[in-house]
Design a protein around this ligand. Structure first.
Ligand SMILES: [Zn+2]
Length: 100
């Protein structure tokens, strides 16, 4: 059985393609809690993103809204590899149908 992987730095970097989710920077990457833990934010896939040190310290103990920052995409848990494969497969099928 496939389980949702743990929210680790390694898995987050993979999901977010080694890029800051606020500015796209690929250097000095840290883990940012979107809703800060001090405000009850959870350490879960949809509340944690990769952020560069600059943006992480700019954001500090605020939510992105309070800090006037926007996320490039809504964070979510990685999907099961076989589901990802199936989605790709059906997209390919649709392409073939549309071309006919
Ligand atoms: Zn950044």
């Amino acid at each position: 059985m496939w389980k949702i992987p743990p929210v680790s730095r390694k898995n987050l970097l993979r999901r977010d393609a080694h890029q800051c989710q606020y500015c796209g920077n690929g250097k000095h990457l840290t883990i940012d809690h979107i809703i800060p833990r001090s405000k009850g934010g959870k350490h879960s896939w949809n509340n944690v993103v990769i952020a560069c040190a600059v943006y992480n310290s700019r954001k500090g103990n605020k939510t992105p809204q309070e800090a006037g920052m926007t996320l490039e995409s809504k964070p979510k848990a990685p999907i099961q590899p076989t589901v990802a494969f199936a989605e790709q497969f059906w997209q390919q099928q649709n392409l073939n149908i549309n071309q006919e």
